[in-house]
Design a protein around this ligand. Sequence first.
Ligand SMILES: [Zn+2]
Length: 160
Amino acid sequence: MTTTDGFAVVRTSGEFKLVAQRDFPAGSRLFGVDGQITEEPTRYSVQVGAGIHLDLPGGHAPEELMDRFFWRFTNHSCAPNAQLRGRAFFALRPIEPWQEITFHYESTEFEMAEPFDCRCGDATCFGRIQGFKFRTDDERELLRPMLADHLLAMLNVVHR
Ligand SMILES: [Zn+2]
């Protein structure tokens, strides 16, 4: 387990995940995201703007990856407790110690480098997670409350 400020990266059943280590109220800032800017998404990048992705820079020791880039261990959920706003994650609802921090990958990613089949089991589960680009108008409305600014702007244009 690696501890950072208020968060820990843990590994259970071979899967890494990011968990809270204290209470975070709804709406509070959780942590910022930082990395190397790329124009194309990768397996680990997060999209923070139109054509702007933050990826892990190469050449860093594992300890530094865990400490500085721990955001990349934030897993997907179709019923997440966090959302990206600007270049930081914020709590969508109250988060308690040891709860996993998750966000909806399609709330930030327009088209994912590595789509996958979600098995979160939530009633709102989209199944195949591949990017906002592939969602229907109704599905995009479901995502609206958690959308990052660059996708929200796109949604507003579509409906104008
Ligand atoms: Zn799901």
